[in-house]
Design a protein around this ligand. Structure first.
Ligand code: FPP
Length: 249
């Protein structure tokens, strides 16, 4: 038994009911800063500290994959100063986080249109991916320059090209094949999707992969999100019964 519920010590869950894959829409950095009359970028800075705390905690309670929505294909339309700051965050943050990642055996990976990111952002990301590539614990997957619809379009283009080149037939295109053409081809679908800040939207995140995910929304702004809140979300998830379109067993 593995007790992850500090809010109520009598609640314990089996280790294996911790979802294998948790995806998080980290929302509310801007509002957190605004509430304190601080510039929005300060909210992103604090958001990075939350990324560290939640990553460490998730890896320690046995999560296998943690996907974080860090920058969407729509986020380019934010003010230039904010975009520049977000693009620099991996440079400042990933190096300082490396010792913790190594200690917790966490492997960093990424999904999204990474090649379109600025050189310094890509370099920092690739560096931490290289440094952690032999780690065998939790996979920390940054969704960067990621958009669910564009991901599906790219997959359709891949399959259409394979069809045109006679590499596949029309009947070969099934759910499995489409899944294999997505950025997430190496990961199971997330069982649990969390969004902070009280917003209840998917915002173009993992549209295909969240078909059967349980959604848990938290009112807290991302910089305030704590390990106990993750435990609470997992507890909520565990209480729900997943039927995958079928009936109760
Ligand atoms: C949403 O808050 C947050 C983002 C768009 C960026 C989140 C990114 C991080 C916490 C760190 C990124 C990590 C790496 C490695 C790049 P918001 O600004 O939309 O908040 P608001 O809705 O209150 O304005």
């Amino acid at each position: 038994m593995f007790n992850i519920f500090k809010k109520n010590a009598s609640q314990t869950i089996e280790h294996d009911v911790v979802p294998e894959h948790i995806a998080i829409i980290m929302d509310g950095n801007g509002r957190w800063a605004k509430n304190r009359k601080m510039p929005r970028v300060k909210g992103h800075y604090e958001g990075m500290q939350t990324v560290k705390r939640i990553t460490t905690h998730a890896s320690q309670i046995g999560v296998k994959y943690l996907t974080l929505y860090a920058f969407s294909t729509e986020n380019w339309s934010r003010p230039k100063e904010e975009v520049n700051y977000l693009m620099k965050l991996p440079v400042d943050f990933l190096a300082s986080f490396l010792p913790d990642l190594m200690k917790n055996n966490v492997k960093v990976e990424s999904i999204g249109f990474i090649e379109q990111l600025p050189e310094h952002t890509k370099e920092a990301l690739y560096k931490v991916q290289r440094e952690t590539e032999n780690n065998t614990g939790m996979k920390l997957i940054f969704a960067l320059n990621y958009g669910g619809r564009k991901e599906i379009v790219a997959a359709v283009q891949l399959l259409a090209a394979a069809y045109k080149n006679n590499e596949i037939q029309l009947d070969d295109i099934d759910e499995e094949r489409v899944g294999q053409a997505l950025f997430t081809r190496d990961y199971p679908d997330p069982e649990l999707l969390i969004r902070t800040s009280g917003e209840k939207r998917l915002s173009n995140f993992m549209l295909w992969q969240t078909s059967y995910s349980e959604f848990v929304f938290d009112e807290k702004l991302w910089p305030d999100y704590a390990p106990e809140d993750l435990d609470h979300a997992i507890h909520t998830y565990c209480k729900r019964q997943r039927r995958f379109g079928g009936l109760n067993g």
